[in-house]
Write a protein that binds this ligand. Structure first.
Ligand code: BMA
Length: 348
């Protein structure tokens, strides 16, 4: 059994819910690792939640829901009712509440539009310097964070307790596809962006239910992992996003090599860590879950692995009924060290 009494988070005013979540996250890796899915209950193959049901492709196949629930905040900063992947924010808040009340863990990513050009997060036009304190777009950025803060603070249980969140902003910054990424801003600008965002959320807007997670894309070494790291006072947890894009051999090497580096950094910092995004698009390999994924991540000390969203027949990462890896996914689910909702709910 864990105790959150001695947990310290980067936000000195972090509330009890965030501390308790941190103790659970640490506890998980002592037992195994948890399974997560992005937008698990928002939509899946051939269905979209209209707010009237609670369903997930993962549950349809494996007979249990994921332990970790990824949701995405992109376009909340614009005041839109739906995120960039057409998920309604009010419904998302309800799905978050249910997942939390069931004992699941919530992690939020954020693909904000480029504040300078108003185009997507993938518009690399340099903008970070403009949104920092003193920059021409700083007031606008404060407005964006105000909306994010309001949403985060609105996440409460039926009895009014705050719902803790693993917040994973500005991810994959070592790649250059996002406006906050490598080459589109300097490491110092990135670090400043992270620190200011941290202070604005926690001090100005008094958001205290967050665990801050720093997550890169695939790396070549420890130096690359830490190139944009804002400092131990601003981070609680570490992550890395690793997708199976090329051959199995290449992915096996990537998992082993990158997760070893991640574990080394995390152990030095005494932080929990996770494979914060991953998967094989279309899960084309029948026994991918046990033969590729579990085989290469089970002994790495991870708290979880989260596979990306089941968006469409050409963009999905978890099985659904009849999908070719379904049988293997059930085997994966039944492995004693692989934790789905029922098992994680018992980790107190
Ligand atoms: C990417 C893709 C996009 C999506 C984005 C944010 O990996 O899935 O289609 O908009 O994540 O969820």
């Amino acid at each position: 059994m864990s105790s959150s009494e001695h947990i310290r988070l980067s936000d000195p005013q972090a509330d009890g819910s965030a501390k308790y979540l941190m103790s659970r996250v640490k506890e998980i890796s002592k037992v195994g690792y948890a399974f997560g899915h992005q937008d698990a209950t928002a939509y899946g193959m051939g269905w979209k939640n209209d707010g009237t049901r609670y369903k997930s492709d993962v549950n349809d196949v494996a007979g249990d829901f994921p332990a970790i629930y990824g949701f995405e905040l992109g376009h909340l900063e614009l005041g839109h009712a739906h995120n960039l992947d057409t998920v309604n924010f009010e419904m998302m808040a309800n799905l978050i509440k249910t997942a939390h009340e069931n004992g699941g863990i919530i992690t939020l990513s954020w693909h904000p539009n480029n504040p300078s050009t108003k185009k997507s997060a993938w518009d690399p036009t340099p903008t970070v310097a403009h949104i920092l304190e003193g920059g021409i777009l700083h007031p606008k950025y404060l407005g964006c964070l105000n909306k994010i803060a309001d949403f985060l603070k609105s996440l409460k249980t039926k009895s009014g307790e705050s719902i803790p969140i693993v917040f994973r902003p500005y991810h994959e910054m070592n790649g250059s596809w996002f406006w906050w990424g490598h080459k589109n801003c300097t490491p110092n600008e990135f670090k400043q962006l992270w620190r200011e965002t941290f202070h604005i959320l926690t001090r100005n807007f008094e958001v205290h239910n967050l665990i801050f997670c720093y997550a890169t894309d695939a790396i070549t070494d420890k130096k690359e992992y830490l190139q944009f790291y804002p400092g131990d006072d601003f981070v609680d947890m570490l992550g890395i996003d690793l997708y199976h894009k090329k051959t199995t051999e290449e992915y096996v090497e990537l998992l082993n090599d990158n997760l070893e580096i991640l574990a080394e950094v995390a152990k030095l910092k005494n932080m929990p860590y996770a494979l914060t995004e991953g998967g094989l698009e279309g899960v084309k390999i029948k026994d991918w879950w046990t033969a590729v994924l579990d085989k290469n991540i089970s002994n790495k000390g991870l708290s979880w692995v989260l596979v990306w969203r089941n968006a469409s027949p050409s963009h999905y990462f978890a099985p659904f009924e009849g999908q070719r890896s379904s049988l293997d996914f059930k085997k994966f689910k039944n492995l004693p060290h692989v934790l789905f909702l029922e098992e994680i709910a018992n980790i107190k």
